[in-house]
Design a protein. Sequence first.
Length: 357
Amino acid sequence: MNAPMLSRPVGIHVANLDDPIERARIGAYVHDHKHGTPFHLPAWSAAVAKGCGQKSHYLVAEKGNGEIAGVMPLTECSSPLFGKALVSAGFGVGGGILADKPDAVAMLAEASWALAGKLNCPTMEVRGGPLPGPEWHVDTERYQGFERALAADDEAELLAIPRKQRAEVRKSLSNDLDVSTGCHLEDAQTHYAVYAEMVRNLGTPVFPRTLFSEVLREFGKSSDILIVRHRGVAVSSVLSLYWKGTVYPYWGGGTAAARALRANDRMYFELMRHARERGCTRFDFGRSKTGTGPAAYKKTWGFEPQPLTYYERTADGEKPRDASPLNPKYRLQIAVWKRLPLWAANAVGPFISKGLG
């Protein structure tokens, strides 16, 4: 008589991510689920919480026999500039509800919206996963994802890249550039300096240094940094995650000198080689806003864009937050930010960006 109850979710709790046993059982569930991503892992939520000072609320649905029926990583993002939002998953391109059956999806969606109300978060943003419910706005137009299989070797990889970009990669291979990979403190410091300069040049605030260091610490051997140097000076760098045969180049870019050197082209091609050596078979180029330069650049590498499905729900009478740098109201701020001395942008930027989520 009790068998049906044992197979259905009967309760939801907020996981204690400081408990190694709880983290291990959640991690195993995420790993075994076909739709699991690095952003569903407790390691991601813990890194974001410690790295940005934003609180994690990791929901777990359980069956009557104690087995996990579904999970939902949530980050409570609070900013004096952009307001409050409950985000799944905070600072990730993916996340959302990860569950076995529709009843678990419904329970997690209901519990997450109730939690948003309790935390005075007028907006919820869910990046991926199944539709939480009919009350949620569905957006399939703002962001695109780029992912494809890795080729068997360097020559096959070059042939997989469209002709024009292939020529750029070949030129980058002939330039005087040195490539290294690692995840030591010196690598992290070098990467942050390159990344901080890049985002300042784009007019956006840099994330806190601790976000990068905590992601590296939490993911351990499932993460690393690839650095491209010209005459001993770092010009491009990317921090990548590795998950179930896929490499995720997550935070990467180059300094002002990188473009003439084609260092970014070299960086991504070398990462493809490095990922193959690690046993990866797929390359996830991440998300880009539809119609932007980064989206066009990824297409030149032979990646076909796929729409990403995001969901949003806003309390009655409230307006959804919009922290996108494409919002025209931020045009002046972006222009000013590009002119800031790098030391000033690095000092102020983390206080702004940690509330973006």
